[in-house]
Design a protein around this ligand. Structure first.
Ligand SMILES: Nc1ncnc2c1ncn2[C@@H]1O[C@H](COP(=O)(O)OP(=O)(O)OP(=O)(O)O)[C@@H](O)[C@H]1O
Ligand SMILES: [Mg+2]
Length: 462
């Protein structure tokens, strides 16, 4: 955070100052009052369950200099009409004050956080880097991340999400990127957009925002992403796994017994062997995208390869693989779910369960709109074709998964519908044997990560 006085904040946000104009904010800007700390600024937001304004006093008691609020609070504050707009204005002010910082944006339907975490661990080798924690990718998380930058910052690696047209363009105005990575166009939130072509229109807003001296880093394996080359003034750099014309490419992908990929990274500068600490073949395009971005920012091939080999999963519940001491393996991929990521997880499950039995505890995939039922049935069919020993659908909305599985007449596994995670655990209790692998996956709203944590057990050794 670059230090800002309350007077400056009021001016930047067009807000009304209620407090000492000379008081200086030096700490982090947060919207979670529990994270408010000395020198920081607490932005009060009215959420579904709680109203941040009720926590204004406790945030200041914890050390926050003031509160950004939309109605009067009994502590020093800047009153604004809308908090996201105020955060955006502050973030833009910070960006304008830091012309030496290179900004990269990453978007796509699946894999943004995975790619962002990998890219950040590469780019950090070049200099001080700001990247969001977890999925801070919307009108709150994005400016809050940008506000962490200061005079020492050289790189910002940002995650950009969209739930509708214009969202990414908006985030690009808050922090104009010079580098843009588009991973894929998939079904995530497709229901809200009205179809894949609309998703592609929205994701492409990132490359439309890039300047002529920037780089658009596009997935050559996804035709909708590759087509975005026509929508940018920036130089186009392609990455991929299957498309042999991709400039940055992974070849000879191979997975170890825990699904960790090894591959040869091919670049114009030469090639290098990479083994990831992440699980699942779907992480390979994410890694190659991260490599392509780091290369654009000036990182050499040896550092890129070494960085990918040592990079760890920084954000929880995405393909976390735990092998219990009794030989049962649990895959906690309960962070979210859409058809592409469930497909990727089932592929990984099938690979890990080559020598044992595979089980999947699947909750529903949210926000798919009119294709929701068919998508759930397709996932069930896929699970049955993967010859799982057991398929447990959690909650009523996930039931079509079982209908899809039953379409596969040759499948001999057990299909079970349960109301909640506890019942899923009961169903598996005393069933699991050494060598078995259990995947737990659902949309965020289903909160199945607890199920996976319990299943993985305290004695998890990996
Ligand atoms: N390239 C990919 N293709 C398909 N699935 C992927 C890919 N990369 C990651 N995933 C899977 O997608 C899920 C979400 O991963 P991640 O959190 O990285 O994505 P995200 O785009 O940041 O999601 P969100 O929109 O929730 O922020 C995980 O289950 C992960 O294993
Ligand atoms: Mg994310």
């Amino acid at each position: 955070m670059i230090p800002l006085t309350l007077a400056q904040i009021a001016e930047i946000t067009d807000g009304q100052l209620r407090g000492d104009p000379g008081a200086v904010v030096t700490g982090e800007v947060v919207i979670d009052s529990r994270r408010a700390g000395p020198g920081g600024l607490f932005a009060a937001v009215a959420g579904e369950r709680a109203d941040g304004h009720d926590f204004a006093s406790s945030a200041v008691a914890a050390g926050a200099v003031a509160v950004l609020a939309t109605r009067p609070v009994p502590v020093p504050s800047v009153l604004v009409t809308e908090v996201p707009a105020a955060l955006a204005a502050m973030a833009r002010f910070v960006i304008d004050a830091l012309p030496a910082a290179a900004i990269a944006g990453i978007t796509g339907s699946s894999g943004k956080t995975t790619t962002k975490d990998l890219a950040a661990q590469l780019v950090e080798r070049l200099g001080p880097t700001i990247a969001p924690a977890g999925s801070f990718n919307n009108e709150f998380g994005h400016p809050l991340t940008v506000l962490r930058a200061d005079a020492a910052t050289r790189y910002l690696v940002l995650e950009l999400s969209a739930r509708g047209p214009g969202h990414i363009a908006y985030l690009c105005r808050v922090a104009p990127p010079r580098y843009g990575v588009v991973l894929n166009v998939g079904q995530a939130h497709a229901g809200e957009f009205g179809g894949l072509d609309q998703v592609a229109r929205a994701k492409g807003e990132l490359v439309e925002a890039l300047p002529a001296d920037g780089a658009a880093i596009l997935n050559a394996d996804d035709p909708r992403v590759l087509a975005m080359a026509a929508r940018t003034a920036a130089r186009v750099v392609t990455f991929g796994v299957d498309d042999q014309t991709a400039q940055i490419r992974a070849a000879g992908v191979w997975l170890d017994d825990l699904g960790r990929p090894s591959f040869t990274l091919l670049t114009p500068e030469g090639q290098a062997r990479v083994t990831l600490r992440l699980h699942g073949a779907h992480t390979v395009p994410d890694a190659v995208a991260a490599a392509a971005l780091a290369r654009e920012l000036g990182l050499g091939l040896a550092d890129i390869a070494d960085g990918l080999c040592t990079a760890v999963a920084r954000s929880r519940w995405r393909m976390e693989v735990r092998r219990r001491t009794d030989g049962v393996t649990v895959i906690n991929d309960a962070y979210n779910a859409n058809p592409e990521s469930v497909r990727a997880a089932l592929d990984a499950l099938r690979h890990l369960a080559q020598d044992g039995r595979g089980f999947a505890i699947l909750g529903h995939m949210a926000e798919l709109g009119e294709v929701s039922r068919a998508s759930h049935e397709d996932i069930g069919e896929l699970a049955a074709r993967a010859e799982l020993a057991g398929l447990i659908a959690v909650g009523e909305e996930a039931a079509p998964i079982l209908a899809g599985a039953r379409r596969v007449r040759s499948w001999t596994g057990e299909a079970l519908a349960v109301p909640d995670g506890a019942a899923a655990l009961d169903a598996l209790a005393n069933q699991l044997k050494p060598g078995d692998v259990v995947l737990v996956k659902a949309s965020r709203a289903a909160h199945l990560e607890g199920v996976a944590t319990i299943l993985a057990g305290e004695e998890a050794d990996r």
